[in-house]
Design a protein around this ligand. Structure first.
Ligand code: ASP
Ligand code: MG
Length: 404
């Protein structure tokens, strides 16, 4: 008998049949004597549809109203899931984020958790109920509904698992677990049985979007061990935890591809302290993340700065930087094309040498030219031509012995 927190993503509850299947799976745990808290997402596509509808009515909807609207998607699913359980004779109650005591700051559409109480979840569980909580939403001090950023149901589940001290936290999705690479791109990709938070974070931020990155950070901070697994079969998935005892010769755990980057170059920047700070502050204040920064000083005290932003942010970044360049006498900005970022990730890099050599050799042997490079302690990334991204992922996967 265990206390289990389960999260079902949008595709797992995508239609009524799937909701009934989820209910059957939950019933299996209840019949086994487990206490189950379920966090659900909106049906897949619903959140996007709601956003599109809002933008048709008003191109710049107020964020408070946006959250009021987006929270609807998850509320539909909690009610339907409770009804599905009732139809199977299982006691269940639904709870909104507010009712589950998920308190956030005032930052609408990307709110941060400030306190989680769980509301009356323990009492309802003790009465033999399954408690079904709306993911992605919370409530702020003004009593208004807030949302936790896209993919935020993962965070709701991890946070509830932490405060309820759940024995098990399962993240049910439409893939079997975390793979060494995207199986659609790399045919020889394999499921990773266990990995550590750090590696998943690098993979997630690199575009292997299995889980919301914030939720993985939260899990790491509070030591919540979780399993990513499929709601469409009974196979075990990928367990994510702090330390993974791996074989000595496993250096790289995965290859990630992000095809959503645009390269930005700012030329003729005065080569003086503070110039970069001004440029990146403008982007930071607008909530635009930058990556793969390269700077070089060219002729006559002028510097050139190249970096990437996500494709979606590119038009906004260009506009902001044009204004900023006007202040930085003579500097010019240009978007220099969409590129792919291909990375290898693995904590084994800390203790093994020769990783970079092998990485660049594999790319060179396939005639792949490298444009930008960035590294961290457990990652090497390159910016390359979009058309070469899949080839690069495959040759790196082979070179590091990941092929099945
Ligand atoms: N429904 C929200 C979204 O699509 C939250 C989630 O699915 O986790 O982003
Ligand atoms: Mg999701």
């Amino acid at each position: 008998m265990a206390l289990i927190v389960q999260k079902y993503g949008g595709t797992s509850v995508g239609d009524t049949d799937r909701i009934l299947n989820v209910a059957k799976r939950i019933k299996g745990f209840v019949d086994n004597g487990d206490k189950v808290v379920v966090v659900v997402s909106a049906r897949s596509g619903v959140t996007n549809e709601l956003i599109a509808r809002a933008k048709k009515i008003n191109a710049f909807p107020e964020e408070r109203e946006m959250d009021m609207l987006l929270a609807v998607g998850e509320q539909e699913t909690i009610a339907l899931t409770a009804m599905a359980l009732h139809s199977l004779g299982v006691k269940a109650v639904s709870r909104t984020g507010a009712q589950a005591g998920i308190f956030t700051d005032m930052d609408y559409t990307r709110a941060h958790l400030v306190k989680i109480t769980g509301g009356d979840i323990p009492e309802r569980l003790a009465e033999g109920n399954v408690v079904i909580v709306a993911g992605f939403q919370g409530v702020n001090d003004a009593g208004n509904v807030t949302t936790l950023g896209r993919g935020g149901s993962d965070l709701s589940a991890i946070a509830l698992a932490a405060i309820l001290k759940a024995d098990v936290c399962q993240i049910y999705t439409d893939v079997d677990g975390i793979y060494t690479a995207d199986p659609r791109v790399v045919k020889k990709a394999r499921k990773i049985p266990e990995m550590c938070y750090e590696e998943l974070l690098e993979m997630a931020s690199l575009g292997s979007k299995v889980m919301q990155a914030r939720s993985v950070e939260f899990a790491q901070k509070y030591g919540v061990v979780f399993e990513v697994r499929s709601s469409f079969n009974n196979e075990s998935g990928t367990i994510v935890k702090e330390e993974v005892a791996s074989l000595e010769d496993v250096v790289i755990s995965g290859v990630a591809v992000d095809k959503n980057q645009t390269k930005v170059t700012v030329r003729n920047i005065p080569d003086r302290p503070g110039a970069c700070a001004e440029i990146f502050s403008v982007l930071g204040e607008a909530g635009i993340g930058v990556d793969m920064i390269v700077q070089n000083t060219s002729q006559a005290g002028k510097a050139r700065l190249t970096f990437t932003v996500s494709k979606d942010d590119a038009p906004k970044a260009e506009k902001l930087l044009k204004d900023e360049c006007a202040k930085l006498g003579g500097a010019e900005v240009c978007l220099t094309g969409d590129i792919a970022k291909v990375s290898v990730v693995g904590t084994g890099m800390r203790t093994h040498s020769g990783v970079a050599g092998k990485f660049f050799r594999a790319l060179a042997d396939s005639d792949i030219n490298v444009d930008l490079i960035t590294t961290s302690e457990i990652k090497i990334s390159v910016g390359i031509d979009l058309e070469k991204a899949d080839l690069a992922a495959n040759v790196l996967h082979s070179a590091f012995g990941l092929d099945s």
